[in-house]
Design a protein around this ligand. Structure first.
Ligand code: ADP
Ligand code: MG
Length: 728
């Protein structure tokens, strides 16, 4: 009997829901482990407090002496929460979070010791981080990287460690993490949006980008997950036949949450509350054992940190509940995959959501301005937006017959489509008083503040307007949201800068009134951006043809898609918006291409190993049983055995054919991998992995999955799909 699988299955019966005591109100514990505004008031001197607040709102520098006061307050608070260590918490380009813990504890001679944490330790650290990916930046500049405190994301205590959110940059100033370019992009969109807001309200001083992510994931019994080397090493199943029952019945979607999963979620939510992550929604997703978690939206930088932190916390809490969380975009073939919808909007310090229709014609004109500029930005940079979500794992969703497709398009719903059609007919040049009144009353004024058709919206669109925000749905469930948020905010910033220039141009050169100028520019934008608007089914074949006619990109694989990141257009864009210089842009590209190669390489190795060392020997063992059986029949029945052994003989041959199929394809794959490894040019290497090595996975899998159907269940070593997916 294949021991690991059956041992794991037996263990599942001992895995009962783990109930965690909770008798507190969530609102009472919310943020209890966060060094937030109210805690800072308590632990910091007035001067220190004001200094942090101004760093948060205005980005002002914190004086070194004040930093000492802040660190002392922070340390006292952290120790009161049980912390013994501190760490600079950052997000290197591996996608995961990184931390290196140091104790507060220090000796001061004569056998004495104190707890110490000074301003220098708070503000800047030099982790020995030479093995984080840097795309050659640090080699080129022979500079070490350092982490620097980001006061806009509050410090928190997790376990016994004070975590200080930081950026990670090289000494020459190049970003080595996800956060640095994101902060710069948020600054860019703030500046550009404030300038445009002044057309409508002179009081606006700051615009924040908001992000509300929705995290999808699978929860699998940890024993079962561990019994599969592919899940352990690659985060997904590389083979496995689909179960007799899949998700056809839709009986999991929004159904009752199973007990063990519920206990996990409650525990997780409590942890999130303590950490100030405002999780709010939980429900079952489409596939069996698939779930979703969503918070109340927050300022984008904080929301990105919270999503990264959440993914860590999810892993840790899962251990207590004997679960393994699968974040992979496609852990099971033939079963719905996971994404991470990024809900995005812009809001002012005067409390206005710029992507929410308002109550007056003026506020609606402001809404339309931001709405149309976003559409234009997405149209102009659709390929870059696609590149921002490219990864080996997300390729299984985008462009692989699963919504959303690899083609970026924008869904806006019937009501706004109608409004844009009306605006398209606005007079060229100055508007007559009647036309303006008519526009204000009948077009702009008629946008309801609740957009009905967006409640029942198109779920296949990669970028949809959903009433008061845009929802970027093509982001992968494993992704760090910083990547997509950096690109989205940068392209919108650039677009708003261009818009302002055009409107100002019409006002000063064509002597137009402000409103006339805005209407004129928006009209042209609507005309130009039409190809990106699509209301239909995003993964119907007809759309691919149509999109091609419209000139939209359809980059189905990561190596293809990533190229847009280093196009001249992209490099110029990031430079102009001060988000990344050319070196940073190119370094990131290299890191991502390399990561793609590594992922496919690992998958190839693991698949080869499982196919040859698990599947083939099992098939041979079963074949031998069949052979013994045939021999026995022959012994007993003599010449007439053939009739009785017909099926067995047939099976014996089928098994041999599949074994041959596996061996020849694994050999081929190994050779192709060797060839690919010998290619120096990184782009060509990635393309070889993508187009030559990876397609062989399917052939190998085909034969393995066929064998799974033929071989005695008792012998099969790999935990099956039905067991992984339907064990609750
Ligand atoms: P869905 O139907 O797609 O699950 P929800 O209405 O539940 O969508 O919202 C999903 C996410 O969108 C939540 O995280 C929510 O906080 C976020 N969200 C709501 N309004 C905004 C907004 N103005 N800006 C950004 N995110 C928002
Ligand atoms: Mg959603």
């Amino acid at each position: 009997m294949s021991t690991l699988r059956f041992h794991a299955l037996k263990e599942v019966f001992n895995h009962k829901p783990v109930r965690i005591e909770e008798n507190v109100r969530r609102s009472e514990i919310f943020g209890a482990n966060v060094f937030d505004e109210s805690t800072m008031r308590q632990y910091l001197t007035n001067e220190a407090f004001e200094s942090v607040m101004s760093a948060i709102s205005k980005g002002s520098k914190i004086d070194r002496i004040v930093a000492d006061h802040i660190s002392t307050g922070m340390k006292e608070w952290a120790i009161s929460k049980g912390a013994t260590h501190y760490t600079h918490w950052f997000q290197p380009l591996t996608g995961a979070t990184a931390e290196k813990h140091d104790a507060f504890f220090e000796t001061i001679g004569n056998g004495l010791a104190i707890e110490k944490f000074d301003g220098g330790q708070l503000v800047q650290q030099e982790p020995d981080a030479s093995s984080f990916p840097n795309g050659g930046i640090r080699n080129t500049f022979e500079a070490r990287g350092y982490t620097a405190w980001d006061p806009t994301s509050p410090a928190f205590v997790y376990g016994t460690t004070l975590c200080i959110p930081t950026v990670f940059v090289s000494y020459t100033g190049e970003a080595l993490d996800y956060k640095t370019p994101l902060l710069r992009a948020l600054q860019a969109v703030d500046n550009a949006a404030v300038a445009v807001c002044k057309y409508f309200d002179k009081n606006v001083k700051k615009v924040n980008a908001s992000l509300g992510w929705e995290q999808e994931y699978f929860l699998i019994d940890s024993g079962l997950a561990m019994s599969r080397p592919d899940i352990t090493l690659t985060g997904r199943t590389l083979l496995g036949h689909s179960p007799a029952k899949g998700q056809q019945l839709d009986d999991h979607y929004f159904g009752t949450i199973p007990n063990r999963a519920m206990a996990y979620m409650r525990d997780l939510e409590t942890e999130c509350m303590l950490l100030g992550i405002p999780v709010k929604t939980r429900h079952n997703e489409v596939a069996p054992n698939q779930f979703e978690l969503a918070p109340i939206y927050e300022e984008a930088n904080l929301a990105v940190d919270h999503n990264s932190l959440l993914m860590d916390v999810m892993d840790k809490v899962a251990e207590r509940h004997n679960f393994k969380v699968l974040f992979h975009e496609k852990p099971f073939a033939g079963v719905n995959g996971s994404g991470k919808h990024n809900n995005w909007s812009l809001s002012t310090d005067t409390g206005i959501n710029l992507l929410s229709p308002g109550k007056t014609p003026m506020s609606n004109l402001q809404f339309l301005t931001f709405f149309i500029n976003t559409i234009k930005a997405v149209y102009k940079h659709e390929e870059l937006l696609r590149a921002a979500i490219a990864s080996a794992s997300n390729d299984h969703r985008l462009g692989a017959n699963e919504a959303p497709p690899a083609i970026i398009s924008v869904f806006i719903g019937a009501q706004l489509t109608h409004t844009l059609n009306e605006l398209e007919n606005v007079t060229n040049g100055k508007l007559s008083p009647q036309e303006k009144t008519d526009l204000k009353l009948n077009v702009v004024g008629k946008i309801p503040d609740v957009l009905l058709d967006n409640t029942d919206r198109n779920r296949t669109s990669p970028f949809a307007f959903t009433g008061n925000k845009f929802e970027f749905r093509a982001v992968g469930s494993t992704a760090n949201c910083a990547n997509s948020m950096t690109v989205l905010n940068t392209i919108v910033a650039k677009q708003l800068v261009d818009f302002k220039e055009e409107v100002d141009g019409l006002i000063s050169k064509k002597d137009m009134k402000k409103d006339d100028a805005i209407f004129n520019v928006l009209r042209e934008y609507i005309k130009k951006s039409k190809p990106i608007l699509f209301e239909g089914n995003g993964y119907a074949e007809a759309w691919e043809k149509e999109a091609k006619k419209r000139g939209l990109s359809n980059n189905k694989t990561t190596p293809e898609a990533l190229k847009a990141k280093v196009s001249k257009k992209a490099i110029r864009l990031f430079e102009e918006m001060n988000v990344m210089n050319k070196i940073e842009t190119q370094a990131r590209y290299e890191i991502e291409v390399e990561e793609y190669v590594l992922r496919i390489q690992i998958e190839g190795r693991v698949l080869g190993d499982i196919a040859r060392n698990h599947v083939v020997p099992t098939a041979v063992r079963y074949q031998n049983i069949l052979i013994d059986n045939v021999k026995g029949l022959k012994e007993i029945y003599g010449a007439s055995f053939k009739k009785l052994a017909k099926e067995q003989l047939n099976l014996i041959e089928q098994i041999s054919r599949h074994i041959e199929g596996i061996n020849s394809n694994v050999t081929k794959m190994t050779e192709e991998r060797k060839k690919a490894n010998a290619i120096d040019n990184l782009e060509k290497k990635a393309s070889a992995y993508c187009n030559v090595v990876k397609p062989l996975f399917e052939d190998i899998r085909y034969h393995c999955d066929k064998l799974e159907l033929l071989v005695d269940d008792e012998l099969w070593p790999l935990t099956k799909y039905r067991e992984l997916l339907f064990t609750k």
